[in-house]
Design a protein around this ligand. Structure first.
Ligand code: 13P
Length: 255
């Protein structure tokens, strides 16, 4: 497990113009630059990656929101890991619930993870249930997502794997609420147990786990302190300069 906290900004399909995007990136980078104990990753829409490629710094990295598994060829509309690598991109979000909702399968995600590792990209594998039932079916669902997305990838190749737990019911403007740090801690323990059964304990503890879903400056500290996670995956709040700066500063204080 890495010692630095990892804060990932997922801008989704925002903002509209390169001018707005540049301003947002520059402000994030300014704050991130002072925070040596925090690793900040900005994942803008792919159309802006080239713009930010020369601006990557020691504490502020670039991530993509998705990619295809082939390195080149006749795949209209797709982006390859080789292209990301060439643009100074070092992280890629894979299996986000908004991609899964459009038909992406665990098998697709596994191919993407393998391809990401080939190009030395850090893969942020997103998992998360639609609802949290009282019978605990959501735990079997999460276990299946992990097992099928990682498939037969050998443990020794997982050095660049990060898992982001993002319960679908907690994501976006329609979310009723964020998770609670207590429930999150149980999930984090569960994820490590699944990984430990699949591989071994040392691999299970080497993989960073992030939380995503309605993170803001009010709840970030509790998730980081009591949720057992190694960082956060932030959607809406990463588009608000003041709010995101606050989250980064809060993260810096976490022991
Ligand atoms: P929100 O922070 O907007 O709920 O989005 C979370 C998310 O999906 C990040 O990947």
């Amino acid at each position: 497990m890495k010692t630095k906290q990892l804060i990932v900004a997922n801008w989704k399909m925002n903002p509209r113009t390169p001018k707005e995007a540049r301003a947002l990136f520059q402000s994030t980078k300014r704050t991130a630059g002072h925070l040596t104990k925090v690793q900040t990753v900005v994942c803008p829409p792919a159309v802006f990656l080239g713009l930010f490629s020369p601006l990557v710094s020691r504490n502020c990295f670039l991530g993509a929101q998705d990619m295809f598994w082939e390195k080149e060829g006749a795949y209209t509309g797709k982006i390859s890991p080789a292209q990301l690598h060439a643009l100074n991109v070092s992280y890629v979000i894979l299996g986000h619930s908004e991609e899964r909702a459009l038909g992406e399968t665990n098998e697709d995600i596994q191919k993407k993870i393998r391809a990401a590792f080939e190009y030395r990209l850090n893969a942020i594998l997103c998992i998360g249930e639609k609802e949290r039932d009282h019978e605990g079916h959501y735990l079997s669902f999460l276990k299946e997502q992990i097992k099928k997305s990682l498939g037969k990838i050998p443990g020794k190749e997982l050095g660049r794997l990060i898992i982001a737990y993002e319960p679908i019911w907690a994501i976006g403007a329609l979310a009723k609420k964020a998770d609670t740090p207590r429930a999150l801690l149980e999930i984090v323990i569960f994820i490590r147990k699944v990984l430990s059964d699949m591989y071994d304990k040392s691999i299970a503890f080497q993989i960073s786990i992030l939380y995503g879903g309605s993170v803001n400056a009010q709840n970030a500290e509790a998730f980081l302190k009591d949720g057992g996670v190694n960082g956060l995956l932030v959607g809406r709040a990463s588009l608000d300069t003041k709010e995101f700066t606050e989250i980064l500063k809060i993260t810096k204080q976490i022991k």
